[in-house]
Ligand binder design. Sequence first.
Ligand SMILES: Cc1cc2nc3c(=O)[nH]c(=O)nc-3n(C[C@H](O)[C@H](O)[C@H](O)COP(=O)(O)OP(=O)(O)OC[C@H]3O[C@@H](n4cnc5c(N)ncnc54)[C@H](O)[C@@H]3O)c2cc1C
Length: 388
Amino acid sequence: MALDFTPTDEQRMLVETVRTFMEKEIYPHERETERLGEVPLELGEQIKKRSKEYGLYAANMPAEVGGGGLDFLSVAMMDREIGKSTWGLCGWIGRPSEILNACEGEQRERYLLPTVRGERKEGFGLTEPNAGSDAMGIQTRAVRDGDDWIINGSKHFISAVRKPDYIILFVVTGQDETPRGLRKRITCFLVDVGTPGFEITRGPRPVSHRTYHNYQLSFSDVRVNKRQIMGEEGKGFDLAGSWLANTRLLVAANCCGKAERALQIATQWAATRKQFGQTIGKFQGVSFKLADMATELAAADLLTLHVAWKYMNGSMTNGDAAMAKVFASEMAQRVTDHAIQILGGMGLMDELPLEMLWRDTRIERIWDGTSEIQRHIISRELLRPHET
Ligand SMILES: Cc1cc2nc3c(=O)[nH]c(=O)nc-3n(C[C@H](O)[C@H](O)[C@H](O)COP(=O)(O)OP(=O)(O)OC[C@H]3O[C@@H](n4cnc5c(N)ncnc54)[C@H](O)[C@@H]3O)c2cc1C
């Protein structure tokens, strides 16, 4: 495949559609919901309804399961636009976890298809109070009992726009002997909220994506059937691994969108705000900042597109996705911070979306693997061929 990022006509139309959607259905609700700290359920449902009308709901999922069937590059372009606002609102546009494509048999009717239709909502349950970056450190366990498994343990920081209907849950189901010592067997279960012994409660409110919920999960002798295992027993991390890399790339795309919106606000301000008898954009202290912001954004955009292109032709490595995430998320932090500086005090006021973009950007360096973990992934790939 030739290296050419010129959008196709379809991709251009898609981006235009998402932009119109954001302007009509998302931006007008930002200020009110940020102040409220909550997206009212009726508003969320309205965004979902409109998203379906625009053909955006589950656009990332394959057409044969009722999704939009977009290729990954197009999903990244869509996510760049969606990244311009906050997840509490944009989560309602509907981008189901692609990991659900691993559903088989009755799992498709029970989980995958209703999720693509927007009737059910999933949560992705990996992180635990004692296991964040060290995902292998999870302690939630499932023990076999005939055809069933009994789950005990807890999770936190499990996020969604509203209380999920079921959780894509990662638990320990044993251990294997390997040449490097004992290794936990991690299995992925689909666990319905409402199953006896499974409690779900709202977690604390984060400063980023203020209106996006996160939940604490507790499992006390929760009985699930073996038919609720997604993929193979003991192969949960193979599933999660393949999904996490493209999620990281979409975080990078989100960050480019955020940075672009912040840059637009800052540029407009610098071109009109006057101090000392002239517009502040005429001061090099301000204009050079704008130049650096635009340059860094262009570099992050290219890296993200390049890695998305590699994903499409099957050559993307985990290190590639990590590079895009770490570079774009750190770029977005600098760009939103400079933008605030250019607006001065006004940058911190909730009259404008800038302070929200600045706050929201902070989490992009943490969730889906912190910047430090991304650097581990990149450096491991660099060093591995030289190991003796
Ligand atoms: C709002 C929110 C929503 C989230 N949503 C979900 C979700 O839906 N599902 C889910 O499963 N998880 C979710 N997460 C969890 C998120 O992925 C974790 O917070 C993240 O992976 C970091 O884990 P931690 O917070 O436990 O930090 P820790 O792992 O405790 O890390 C603390 C610090 O130590 C550093 N560190 C750790 N190990 C190393 C190392 N080896 N080398 C160098 N530095 C290191 C980290 O980089 C970090 O700076 C969410 C988190 C938040 C805040």
